[in-house]
Design a protein around this ligand. Sequence first.
Ligand code: ZN
Length: 160
Amino acid sequence: MSDLRDLYQEVILDHSKKPRNFRSMTDPDSRAEGYNPLCGDRETVFVDMDGDVVKDVSFQGAGCAISTASASMMTESVKGRTRAEAESLFERFHDLIVGKDSPGESPDLGKLAVFSGVREYPVRVKCATLPWHTLKAALAQNGATVSTESEGPNAESGGA
Ligand code: ZN
């Protein structure tokens, strides 16, 4: 368990300092914005589809180390997958970090398994899932702003 914790810190630190696919797209097929008012994380996820396959995915925004690292690793994980595969990956990822599954039960998650450490910090679960909720909204092409707090203000995400 302590090995996993070390790995967790190392991987998350690396991805939060050097986020992968951290860029906007000028003409994405779809995009969505996510906001986690509990932490202040804001992220925009851009998706470029090739039929049903996620051809390219990127993100921009400002957030804590967990949300940034999660978004970074998410983009690496879902690129080249179908919409359905991406959604099922999110379900398994979610089950893992809320503690429903132990890391060994989700071998398909690969590196994403390091986020199982987040379950020890319940307030961080929403940081880790924010980019995934946002991706899901982008894949649904509803262009909505998603908030981790459903009762939260219908944020006019002005400017930026
Ligand atoms: Zn956060």
